[in-house]
Design a protein around this ligand. Structure first.
Ligand SMILES: CSC[C@H]1O[C@H](OP(=O)(O)O)[C@H](O)[C@@H]1O
Length: 360
């Protein structure tokens, strides 16, 4: 059950579209839009209508479900499966860094190779799996928030980068979910919100989410983070993750590595807040994580306004960076505050431990 008065990603009741809150329009406009095919959802992910590792994963799952509904009149089961395989490929390729896209698509792709007595029964199975992935996200994030709350001292000043709230997930969020839980617990916290150039997820989205929850915050330029630490105005850094390697190296929004280095220099705890599902135990280190490079215009024309440099200026726009595990104090997850390595065996045990908790 989604507790927020807004939802970043959901399946329309008639199963004909994925309903996305267009995050490019916030904070000035709260606009929901419908996307009626896998290709429309893939475009929405690429254009960051929906963004945030868990949210884009759930959007991809619903995108395949909507495609399965749209193609039902294709009375050719093998052709139907092939079309859905292509939909999986398209959505999996929509953004390269967050691991959530690939594990969600893999979970649904598995269904395509199973036996069903009709296209309708396969479509129902895909709908069910995509909806399960969405509801799992809410429960996992709630567990993360409860566990992470123990890290938050009373009257803490917390530094946060990008947006990791309900907008980046289905509900609660990851790092912002921990912050929300600390606020609910009466810890009187304050959040330093890094604007997060170039797409300004902090300025546009995190300020909006914190204002919805009446959580005290102050917006800063990203380059002020070090000064605030030097002035002893930061007690804790909490950020999200797009992909964690088995050795703990973490891909997250560009600027995370800088923040982690400064936190280490100033002896400030620096935590990655992430579901186990964002840990990719198939890769050994951050060297194997592909960093998405986005268009020059995101830097040349912030928020689509006028040019801040000449059109011919050479631009480099990596959307993420890699923070080595040695700069990370710990990983706040749904089963506890963990340390690497996260081998396939360890991850499987942790996921089983969480599943047994939610059943009992
Ligand atoms: C809760 S994960 C959010 C994660 O995703 C963001 O990237 P983007 O806004 O480009 O999707 C950022 O890395 C956040 O930490």
């Amino acid at each position: 059950m989604v507790t927020n008065p807004y939802c970043s990603v959901q399946l329309a009741e008639d199963h004909k579209s994925v309903v996305l809150l267009d995050q490019r329009r916030l904070p000035n406009l709260k606009e929901y839009r419908n996307f009626y095919s896998a290709s429309e959802v893939a475009e929405a992910i690429r254009e960051m209508v929906v963004r945030g590792a868990p949210a884009i994963g759930v959007a991809a799952g619903f995108g395949i479900a909507v495609e399965a509904h749209r193609l039902l009149n294709l009375r050719d089961f093998e052709g139907y499966r092939k079309e859905l395989e292509m939909a999986c490929d398209l959505l999996e390729r929509s953004r390269p860094t967050a691991v959530n896209l690939s594990w969600v698509v893999q979970r649904i792709r598995k269904l395509l190779s199973q036996e069903y007595n009709s296209q309708e029964s396969l479509e129902r199975a895909i709908m069910k799996e995509a909806s399960l992935i969405s509801s799992e996200d809410v429960a996992v994030n709630y567990s993360i928030a409860k566990i992470g709350n123990q890290l938050i001292p009373h009257r803490a000043n917390i530094l946060h980068l990008c947006n990791t709230g309900a907008l980046a997930t289905v509900d609660w969020g990851t790092a912002l979910g921990v912050i929300r839980m600390g606020h609910i617990a009466g810890k009187e916290i304050h959040v330093w919100v890094c604007e997060t150039r170039p797409r300004l997820q902090g300025a546009k989205l995190t300020t909006w989410e914190l204002q919805q929850q009446n959580i005290p915050m102050t917006l800063i330029v990203d380059s002020a983070a070090g000064y605030l630490m030097q002035m002893k105005k930061v007690d804790l850094c909490l950020v999200g993750a797009d992909r964690v390697a088995s050795n703990g190296d973490t891909a997250n929004k560009i600027g995370t590595y800088t923040m982690a280095c400064l936190a280490r220099l100033h002896h400030i705890p620096f935590y990655i807040v992430t579901p186990l599902s964002s840990i990719d135990a198939n890769i050994i280190s951050g060297d194997e994580i592909q960093i998405e490079e986005r268009l020059s215009d995101e830097i040349l024309r912030p928020s689509g306004e006028s040019l801040v440099a000449s059109e011919t200026t050479s631009v480099y726009n990596p959307a993420f960076d890699i923070t080595p595990a040695c700069f990370i104090s710990g990983f706040v997850t749904e089963v506890g505050i963990l340390q690497p390595p996260f081998t396939l065996q360890v991850l499987a045990r942790l996921k089983k431990e969480y599943a047994s908790r939610t059943i009992t």
